[in-house]
Design a protein around this ligand. Structure first.
Ligand SMILES: Cc1cc2nc3c(=O)[nH]c(=O)nc-3n(C[C@H](O)[C@H](O)[C@H](O)COP(=O)(O)OP(=O)(O)OC[C@H]3O[C@@H](n4cnc5c(N)ncnc54)[C@H](O)[C@@H]3O)c2cc1C
Length: 500
């Protein structure tokens, strides 16, 4: 049966942003098509098999990108419904009020967002509800104004409770990490399964697909899904003011052309920029909507250090470790949160010789932390296309003075807490799990790509609703903000198009 090819609205990418905007528009009467280069990820035993996921990289892309030295690498991105959020750890933080306002670090400064926390706050409420976020309001000293969380906080297992008390004894304020993993309150998470970095076999993690896409498809049976369909180019009308057609190819090699009144780009920070850069025409020789030469620039992905802190005399038998965070040093350093429990397979795959040799000893004892600071927008950190169409991602880490100082501070705290040995994995340019930037949202068309309402400055019916719009990276995980912003962009689309 041939599918319809004419739609009111096309969403490119069924990851977190794409799923959230599809859900928000499910009752709009718009004829919606959603295209993704992946499809629904199979629920299977291998979802939770560390050998399959960590060692054999069963679900990873095999695509090759290049760094600024033209050295090839395989990026850690996921092409399936839910996008990277299918593998996320479930941390669901709101940005802080100060994250929306330019602030200075010793190595440079961030820039203002064109919106404030207050504008995003009602959308955070909806996103938290839909993502079943668990948490404890008013326990985090850096928290922005907010009401109660939809669900009560995740409980610490015994060893994490012990650690939390040892951190609190130092005058700090550890709190229950806001989490989109459904435990307690009738939640069906089986705590013994791996989570951070793994897909959830029983859908107890509210990634983009589970929180937004599936509910949208349940409620609106007319949404047309195009799985395994990779968008290659977006075409525009004769005077270059509106996009008209989305050209794609499916896994059978069939070329597909779909037309739409509105296109929403949600392919993730790197791929959304790459798609605009690939959409060249006489009117836009440097890429669609790129007269300002801003498309692809200001890539960010946080400075993340993993700390494995341990005592030879204490085991850490925790199953579900990602329940605690502290933000006492948010303004000058960043966020500290537990990472999903490190398994011996993690160390066997990517550890040093000694880590590989003692992988089980270390994994049985380590308390694993994710220490995260802001990285700064830099025009030279950017996505470009090479001559053969492949992606070049140039990234030089920045704001490292702040990060290094922060990591030192955290190591002192962990030593004092009774964990004398600390193994450190420093930030790496290829760690792009938190990719943001590349199509910056702003008021000024000369320095940004997307206007505050989510619409590109140059094309009146092309919107962006994924991680690429972030003007700065802040120092908390991006997902909840991506979802909240996508819901806000949906409202802006509805307001504009209800008139026409
Ligand atoms: C291991 C891991 C752990 C993480 N943990 C957390 C966490 O705990 N908390 C948190 O907030 N964030 C976390 N993140 C980050 C989070 O998953 C991402 O920030 C989020 O998914 C980005 O949303 P997005 O919509 O921008 O892109 P994605 O969710 O990646 O979606 C992009 C979609 O576009 C599709 N696509 C790409 N190119 C094309 C094309 N040309 N045509 C058609 N479709 C295309 C992809 O298949 C994908 O489905 C984690 C990420 C990883 C990898």
């Amino acid at each position: 049966m041939s599918k319809n090819t004419d739609f009111d609205l096309i969403v490119i990418g069924a990851g977190l942003g794409g799923s959230a905007i599809t859900w928000a528009l499910r009752n709009s009467n718009l004829r919606i098509a959603v295209l993704d280069r992946g499809g629904p990820l199979k629920q299977e035993a291998e979802n939770w098999d560390p050998d399959e996921v960590l060692k054999k990289r069963r679900y990873d892309t095999t695509e090759v990108w290049y760094d600024e030295q033209d050295q090839p690498f395989t990026p850690r991105v996921y092409y399936n419904y839910g996008g990277s959020s299918k593998f996320f750890g479930g941390s669901a933080f709101r940005l802080r009020e100060r994250d929306f306002i330019s602030h200075r670090f010793p190595d440079g400064e961030t820039i203002d967002w064109p919106i404030t926390y207050n504008i995003l706050s009602p959308y955070y409420d909806i996103a938290e509800k839909q993502m079943h976020v668990h948490g404890s309001a008013h326990a985090d000293p850096s928290e922005p104004p907010r009401g109660k969380y939809p669900h009560s906080p995740l409980e610490h297992e015994k060893s994490i409770e012990w650690l939390s008390q040892r951190i609190e004894m130092q005058g700090l304020h550890p709190f229950a990490l806001p989490s989109a993993v459904h435990q307690g309150d009738g939640g069906h998470c089986q705590k013994g399964s791996p989570c951070d970095g793994f897909p959830c076999k029983i859908r107890a993690k509210f990634d983009g697909e589970n929180a937004f896409l599936r509910p949208a498809l349940r409620e609106n049976k007319t949404i047309s899904m195009f799985p395994h369909t990779r968008v290659l180019q977006i075409l525009h009308n004769s005077n270059g003011t509106r996009v008209t057609v989305v050209k794609a190819v499916n896994t059978q090699g069939e070329q597909i052309s779909l037309s739409a009144g509105i296109v929403v780009l949600c392919a993730g920070a790197v791929q959304s920029a790459a798609l605009l850069l690939a959409s060249v025409s006489e009117r836009y020789p440097h890429g669609l909507g790129n007269a300002s030469d801003q498309v692809g620039r200001n890539f960010m992905s946080h400075n993340n250090t993993v700390l494995m802190a341990l005592s030879p005399f204490r085991k850490n038998p925790t199953w579900f470790q990602k329940t605690m965070a502290f933000n006492d040093f948010y303004a000058d350093g960043g966020n500290v949160q537990m990472r999903g429990k490190i398994l011996h397979q993690n160390l066997e795959r990517s550890g040093t010789f000694l880590m590989r040799k003692f992988s089980r000893f270390i994994a049985e004892r380590s308390f694993d932390f994710w220490v995260m600071s802001e990285d700064l927008p830099d025009e030279q950190n950017r996505v470009e296309l090479r001559d053969d169409g492949s992606i070049r991602l140039s990234r030089k880490l920045n704001n490292l003075k702040t990060h290094k100082q922060f990591v030192k501070q955290i190591k002192r705290i962990l030593h004092k807490a009774g964990l004398p040995i600390i193994i450190e994995r420093p930030p790496s340019p290829s760690a792009i799990q938190h990719q943001v930037g590349t199509l910056r949202m702003g008021d000024n068309p000369e320095t940004s790509v997307v206007a505050p309402d989510g619409r590109t400055h140059e094309l009146e019916n092309l919107y962006v609703a994924d991680a690429s719009i972030f003007p700065s990276s802040a120092a908390v995980n991006p997902s909840l903000t991506i979802a909240a912003n996508a819901l806000r962009v949906a409202d802006s689309i509805l307001k504009t198009y209800s008139k026409s």
